[in-house]
Design a protein around this ligand. Sequence first.
Ligand code: UDX
Ligand code: ADP
Length: 453
Amino acid sequence: MKICCIGAGYVGGPTMAMIAHQCPDIEVMVVDVNEERIRAWNSDNLPIHEPGLDEIVAARRGRNLFFDTVIDDHIRAADVIFICVGTPTKTFGAGAGRAADLRYIETCARRIASVAEDDKIVVEKSTIPVRTANSIKRILKAGKPEVNFDVLSNPEFLAEGTAISDLLEPDRILIGGESERPVETLAAIYGRWVPRERVITTNLWSSELSKLTANAFLAQRISSINAISALCEATDAEVGEVAHAIGMDSRVGSKFLRASVGFGGSCFQKDILNLVYLCEHYGLKEVAEYWEQVVKMNDYQKRRFSHRIVQTMFNTVSQKTIAIWGFAFKKDTDDTRESPAIAVCQDLLNERAHLKIFDPEVPGSRIREDLGCEDDEGKVTICHSAEEATEGAHAIVILTEWDAFAHEDFAKIYQGMEKPAFVFDGRNIVDLEALKALGFEAYGVGRGRPGTS
Ligand code: UDX
Ligand code: ADP
């Protein structure tokens, strides 16, 4: 069997590497229009940082895992084609800022239709609005009426930073389809390493909607605990204690209740806005408003965090130096899409602070690009260690929960900072009491009232 995956990004790359790893007899070809990305996949320096990924790519690449910019030949040769291209939020026209931009998906469908010569199973893995499979089907059918295309929905639930373990032991594999044979073909691929009872099959639309709903529920939990974190800061409650107490109720569950500076990543906001757009389209105004509040609460949380920094630092950070620890949207990834760090840094730059930014994996060029500031403006300095970022700084702001940040030499760092030296922990990873004992004024999210450090 031959698989072709269109799109060598955060979803396509790791997922195909895992399939190749588990199914040595299947040839897995990953194609992308981005030459630089494909070159990186074929080098020792993979284009994405993901723990455990290097090892499995090294083990299978050149054997049954290949990366190429030639697309048509591989589509033609494949039995199963995965579509793993991006579906960003539309920035123009109807539904701008909410609806998914499906142009990459449509381009893929047209390409498949134009080059395919025999029957294909086409699997949509990109997150897409409900009923997209229908559009894909119509494009394929119109382009090549003589060829039979089976379209399946197989949403990916992996989280960045834990992609390899998520792929290895998924909670479930979801396959939506209309006829049994193609669904079984795909189920058999996953069946090589995923227990069969975890492979669930539904109709196409349920599968598509489940992906949006799963992300909306997960994001909702974070917005819910973040909403409570604001109340904790206004009172003397500790959000970690509240989360622990409610999480022990097995109906609530303990995961995904970490209060933070806000959620980021390429999926949560995009998928909720997509859901909101869908509800509006079907005239479900109240449902749309309900889910939109999850995103609004996230925006509020990011703004609230930067506002608290400014307020605590005597209502001005103008001309002050602030060390920013972490820029990725979560630890163990180099991805910065929708990272709360972008919004917080922008707020601080608007307040005319000077930022010294360190992230162990995000390249400085991407940080500058995300913040829209050039090298020579002097507003942002990219640093090579957490400690370097703190030299002469008035405050440390932690925006990504990289493990190493909790183990820095804070006694030494304190010596090199302006006084009073502040710490604002947007991820609740450092021991605030230990920092206070060293002389810092230290704050977390949902922990302690302002001015009571
Ligand atoms: C998410 C879903 O988890 C995954 O199933 C889906 O396939 C894609 O979207 P991802 O965005 O990669 O995955 O990471 P995730 O671990 O869900 O974190 C998303 C954001 O929420 C991060 O910014 C993270 O820091 C934040 N978060 C997560 C919290 O603030 N608190 C938590 O308790 C959990
Ligand atoms: P995700 O996080 O969903 O994997 P990415 O943006 O990381 O999203 O990856 C999507 C990839 O799809 C990009 O590398 C992009 O170049 C590729 N891509 C988009 N459109 C096409 C296309 N028509 N043909 C081949 N590759 C495409």
